[in-house]
Structures are given as structure tokens and as C-alpha cells.
Design a protein around this ligand. Structure first.
Ligand SMILES: Nc1ncnc2c1ncn2[C@@H]1O[C@H](COP(=O)(O)OP(=O)(O)OP(=O)(O)O)[C@@H](O)[C@H]1O
Length: 337
């Protein structure tokens, strides 16, 4: 667990960057620090590995005040990933990753074998290992940055806007891969972003900071969406927070009716193929399963030309449909209950 205890940071000649910050970042979970530019996110992150020292208050890792610890030793247990990856430009991808384990005493061969495995884990095929960072795309460089941070197998990872330098499609891919990786690794992660969508998608917990380095609210994404502490948090999580919060609700209990009840749905061997519309058949753009979220069901119902979302089982066979007005009734009943 990473604990901020009444932490204040005032830069010489500057204003207050972090103002009496107290919060606990649970072990094995990802906590995302989010807020407008200049609200003290990076400063807070850097106080964890002592790149910045607090003016007052304490930062503790597993109950140990970091200020009493040897900086080099402390940082060995803390991976650090930054925007644009910060790779060594004149070293190959493999050497970028292998440097840390070698510093920690592994032989060159051991370090390289471990690094190749790590590169594969973050989704980079081995043929990239010999390239130099400039020969990779932004997204690939970020993957190397993550692999390098993981190379020492640190229990704690700090990530400062790690996904912001890549385009939205690559970013979404990196998010999915990173979530899968974190599910396996269970690191204690503190991540900074200015993007509330990213925070809500990735964070087990989210800390929203406001100007002046004041903590506005700390909680799970669902808590922030359901019960924003004040106007600032409400406007920061957005006007569409009702829709966003549907991402956390399961579609398992959506009331469906048999597929045969719609004359508009064309099935082949039980699989949904197309909609019959006045202007001809239209291919079905997507389906949902019981494992999906209500947001996906809502999106499908709204975007379908006939206002129907189609559910399939694990074999892709249609086992029910839900019409948009029934979906709205269901959502309203849930809200009331
Ligand atoms: N080394 C420094 N010296 C003086 N002031 C600083 C220093 N670093 C940051 N600040 C100031 O402290 C405040 C918080 O900065 P910080 O970088 O922590 O914010 P941030 O939320 O990470 O911002 P951004 O999203 O723009 O990166 C800002 O007002 C900034 O100008």
C-alpha cells in the first residue's frame, strides 16, 4: 500500500503544488490520479520515488516512510513509465529492457532471455528486439517502456501519462493489453492521466485532484460516477456520466424476448446475419453476450436500424433480443430500485 499522509509540496518560488494530500493506494491495484493541467498529479507521483521531496507530510510504502530509504534501493522496487517511453535511443529494444536486470546482477544471457519474454508479454514479437527505438511506432515504443519498467519485477509501478502520445485506436489496444497484463501481475500501480475516460477505464481506484493540488474525491470509478462529491467532480466526470456508469453494469439480467418475435431479424443456422429494413437488408453490426455491459447493449439498440439489440450465446447463436423501449424501461426501473 502507498500512503500519502497530509502531504504538502511547495516549490521554491512557486505556489502550492500539492495541498494536504492524504490517500491510500491499495496493494495490487491500479490507482489513477486525474485532474486538470497543473493540479499536482506528476508532483504527487514523483514524491513516491523521491524524485520530488515533500515540503511536509509523509509518503509511505507498506508502512515505511520513503524519505528514510536509500534512493537507489527505493527506485529498484519501483518501475517508472513516462510519456514517449523515454527509451535510450542508441540501444536496441532488447538492450533497453535488459539494462535493468543486468544492473541488478543478472548475467547478460539471463537478462536477455528474461527481456525477450517480457517483450512478448507486452505484445512485441521477437523480431523487434534488434531494432532501435526510432524504428518503432509510438505505440510500440510505449510497449518497450512498459517492458523495461517491468524488467526488475518491481512491486510498485509509477506511470506518468504512459498512453497519451499515441492515437486513440492504438491507445485503446494498449489499454486492453495493459489490463490483461495487470490482471496477471497484480502490481501496485499509481498512474497519472488528464483523461477521465482513461482513468475510469483503467483505474481500480481514481483520485480526482483540483487546481491547487487539493484532492477532490477518491473512490472506485463507479463511486465517482454514482455519487460525485461536488460540482467540480460532477463536471469532471462529465454530463454523460449516467451513460458511462452503464459500462460497469452487467447485461446478464436484461430482459430478452425470443428471436422469433421479431420479423425483422434474419438468422442463418440460428446466427444473426442481417436486419430486414424498408430500404433492403442491412448486416448486423454487433451482438452482445451476458458477459457484456449495459452500455454495449444500449449502444447496439440505438445504432440498430430497427432499434433492437441481439444477444448471442457462447457459440454465436442468437438466444434473445431486446427492443430499445424495453431496454429504457429496464434501465429506469433499475434506477428507481
Ligand atoms: N520544478 C518545479 N518548480 C516550480 N514549480 C513547479 C515545478 N514542477 C511543477 N511545478 C508547478 O507545480 C504545479 C503542479 O505541477 P504538476 O506537474 O505536478 O501538475 P500536473 O497535474 O502533473 O500537470 P500536467 O497535467 O500539466 O502535467 C504547477 O503549477 C507547476 O507549474
Amino acid at each position: 500500500m502507498i500512503t500519502f499522509e497530509d502531504v504538502v509540496k511547495i516549490y521554491p518560488g512557486g505556489g502550492t503544488a500539492v495541498d494536504h494530500l492524504s490517500m491510500e493506494l491499495p496493494t495490487g491495484k491500479m490507482t489513477v490520479l486525474v485532474g486538470p493541467s497543473g493540479c499536482g498529479k506528476t508532483t504527487s507521483l514523483r514524491m513516491i520515488n523521491r524524485m520530488v521531496e515533500p515540503t511536509s507530510g509523509r509518503v509511505l510504502i507498506d508502512g515505511q516512510d520513503v524519505s528514510g530509504q536509500d534512493e537507489a534501493l527505493l527506485r529498484r522496487g519501483i518501475g517508472y513509465v513516462i510519456q514517449h517511453a523515454g527509451l535510450f535511443p542508441h540501444r536496441t529494444v532488447l538492450d533497453n529492457v535488459a539494462t535493468v536486470p543486468m544492473l541488478l546482477g543478472k548475467t547478460r544471457r539471463e537478462a536477455r532471455t528474461a527481456s525477450l519474454e517480457l517483450l512478448e508479454r507486452v505484445g512485441l514479437p521477437t523480431e523487434f528486439a534488434k531494432r532501435y527505438p526510432a524504428q518503432l511506432s509510438g505505440g510500440q515504443q510505449q510497449r518497450v517502456g512498459v517492458a523495461r519498467a517491468l524488467a526488475a519485477d518491481p512491486p510498485v509501478m509509477l506511470m506518468d501519462e504512459p498512453f497519451s502520445a499515441v492515437d486513440p485506436v492504438v491507445r485503446a489496444q494498449l489499454h486492453t493489453e495493459f489490463l490483461r497484463l495487470q490482471q496477471d501481475l497484480g502490481k501496485t500501480i499509481a498512474m497519472v492521466t488528464h483523461d477521465i475516460d482513461e482513468a475510469i477505464k483503467l483505474g481500480d481506484y481514481v483520485a480526482i485532484l483540483r487546481q491547487g493540488g487539493v484532492l477532490a474525491q477518491f473512490g472506485t470509478p463507479q463511486e465517482l460516477l454514482d455519487a460525485p462529491a461536488d460540482e467540480f467532480v460532477a463536471s469532471f466526470v462529465g454530463r454523460d456520466r449516467g451513460l458511462r456508469s452503464l459500462s460497469f453494469d452487467s447485461a446478464a439480467d436484461v430482459p430478452v424476448v425470443p428471436p422469433a418475435s421479431s420479423a425483422d431479424l434474419i438468422l442463418e443456422g440460428g446466427r444473426p446475419i442481417a436486419w430486414r429494413t424498408a430500404s433492403g437488408d442491412r448486416a448486423i453490426a454487433g451482438t452482445f453476450t451476458k458477459a457484456d455491459s449495459l452500455r454495449i447493449v444500449t449502444d447496439l439498440a440505438i445504432s440498430s436500424p430497427v432499434g433492437i439489440a441481439v444477444r448471442v450465446d457462447d457459440n454465436g447463436v442468437c438466444d434473445g433480443i431486446v427492443r430499445h423501449h424495453d431496454l429504457v424501461d429496464y434501465l429506469m426501473e433499475r434506477r428507481a430500485s
